[in-house]
Design a protein around this ligand. Structure first.
Ligand SMILES: Cc1ncc(COP(=O)(O)O)c(C=O)c1O
Length: 449
């Protein structure tokens, strides 16, 4: 829903992404002024539930005083310092230790960046460095699944991504291999059971590797549950099957846990939920509950050793980022992880998640609903698409939800749910009451002549 333009109001000078730029320039966007728990208030005093944690990031809601305190404490002590040139800050070292102890990779080493895009981009750059110094400079291609999202940079935007992004921005695709999203609900053939579908997905992956030339493929990157594809929960065995296949070809598995990391799927990391062993992981968003920009690359010992050997060859690992390991960001991330542990948010997700899943499942018989799905404290309601107007119902739903005071991420005709991890059962009920009213409003509007 866009506010109509006040004729005296100046244009909006700030470019707002994932919009039609002209519309976003001349119409006033929704301007959020403050937050309280899972609730937000806009500049006109209207209140909303943020049901997708603001791009899946604000895991502790919008008003955690302890996180604010952690930021202020670090701001007072040392508000800025770059890690590099044999210099760093205590918070970055402590956060590296903490992540290495938590992540399901062996002999973990950690590098920091500021965003999820940067973490994935840096990781691919590290892979190219490592492979070059292992005598395999041709191993640079990266496999991604259609509709997955791994970032906004020149390297990451073409990985999966929204259809047309790479074309629209004229991005280099030479080192990108795209395979299907394992979306059984939407991509299964008539009569195909999940096991057969799985085999077909894995056969397609193997064929893609063979076609590209296995010796040219460095890694596959995947988001274990792809929210950008409409909360695609992989069929049982898919991720383990991918791992086995990649091992056969010596291809690395990069686990993008930018959304799924830190309890979302009912385990600390989705790799644990699905029994998948990654070589490297990327983390962001919930890592600092999004109170400060920070991301992390967690590498297993073998991968890291390759970097160290390369750096010995070169004399230097010529990579750093001014804000990678920023003291305030690292302090906020450390406190976020402590809070997750102290308040047993994993236990909380395991208690409240089933309530969210029940609410999703209860919508399955609704005439507008094609499918519901989810895992942990995440899920989706996919609406039937209108003939010849895919996405139209999703847009109508978005407006209807906003009118009910509910912000959820809509992907075409699918509505994604990923509320802050602190949501209570009563708040889940309130969220779904608003959603159900919005659904009814869309239905009424459609039958009206
Ligand atoms: C799975 C995944 N990876 C990477 C990114 C990129 O993160 P950022 O927007 O912080 O660059 C996103 C962003 O939504 C994401 O969902």
């Amino acid at each position: 829903m866009l506010m109509s333009r006040n004729s005296n109001a100046p244009d909006n000078r700030t470019l707002i992404g994932f919009t039609n730029l002209r519309q976003a320039r001349i119409n006033r966007p929704l301007v959020i002024e403050k937050g309280n728990g899972i609730y937000l208030t806009d500049e006109n005093g209207r209140e909303y539930i943020e049901g997708t944690s603001s791009f899946y990031s604000a895991a502790l809601g919008f008003s955690d005083p302890e996180l604010v305190e952690a930021a202020i404490r670090q701001m007072r002590q040392l508000p800025a310092y770059a890690s590099g040139l044999y210099r760093t800050v205590p918070a970055a070292l402590a956060l590296g230790e903490k992540l290495a102890s938590m992540a399901p990779v062996s002999k973990a080493r950690v590098a920091f960046a500021s965003t999820g895009s940067e973490a994935n981009d840096f990781l691919i750059k590290f892979m190219r460095f490592r492979n070059g110094h292992r005598g395999e400079p041709q191993r640079v291609k990266v496999i991604a699944r259609a509709l997955s999202y791994h970032g906004a940079t020149v390297m990451t935007a073409p990985l999966g991504g929204f259809p047309g992004t790479a074309r629209a921005f004229n991005l280099p695709m030479a080192d990108v291999i795209t395979v299907s999203q394992p979306d059984y609900v939407n991509n299964a053939r008539p009569g195909e059971d999940e096991a057969t579908f799985n085999e077909r997905m894995l056969a397609e992956l193997e064929q893609a590797i063979e076609t590209a030339g296995p010796e040219t493929v460095g890694a596959m990157i995947l988001d274990p549950v792809s929210f950008s594809a409409g909360c695609v929960v992989p069929p049982a065995g898919y991720l383990i099957g991918v791992r086995t296949l990649l091992d056969r070809y010596g291809i690395l598995l990069f686990d993008d846990e930018v959304i799924t990391g830190f309890c979302r799927t009912g385990s600390m990391f989705a790799a644990q939920t699905f029994g998948m062993r990654p070589d490297c992981m990327t983390l962001a968003k919930a890592l600092s509950a999004a109170y400060f920009p920070i991301s992390a690359i967690v590498m297993d010992g073998d991968f890291y050793d390759g970097l160290e050997r390369g750096s010995d060859d070169e004399g230097i690992f010529s990579h750093a980022a001014t804000y990678g390991g920023h003291p305030v960001a690292a302090a906020v991330a450390l406190r976020t992880i402590e809070i997750i542990e102290e308040r047993d948010l994993l236990g909380h997700v395991r208690r409240v998640g089933p309530q969210l899943q029940r609410c999703l499942a209860s919508l399955a018989g609704h005439p507008l609903v094609f499918n519901t799905r989810g895992v942990g404290l995440g899920g989706a309601v996919q609406l039937h698409s209108l003939t010849d107007a895919a996405g139209a119902r999703g847009l109508a739903m978005q407006d209807a939800m906003m009118a009910e005071g509910l912000l959820l991420r809509v992907v075409k005709d699918t509505v994604n749910f990923a509320p802050p991890l602190i949501i209570t059962e009563a708040e889940v009920d309130e969220l779904f009451a608003r959603f159900t009213r919005a659904l009814a409003a869309v239905e009424r509007a459609e039958v009206r002549p």
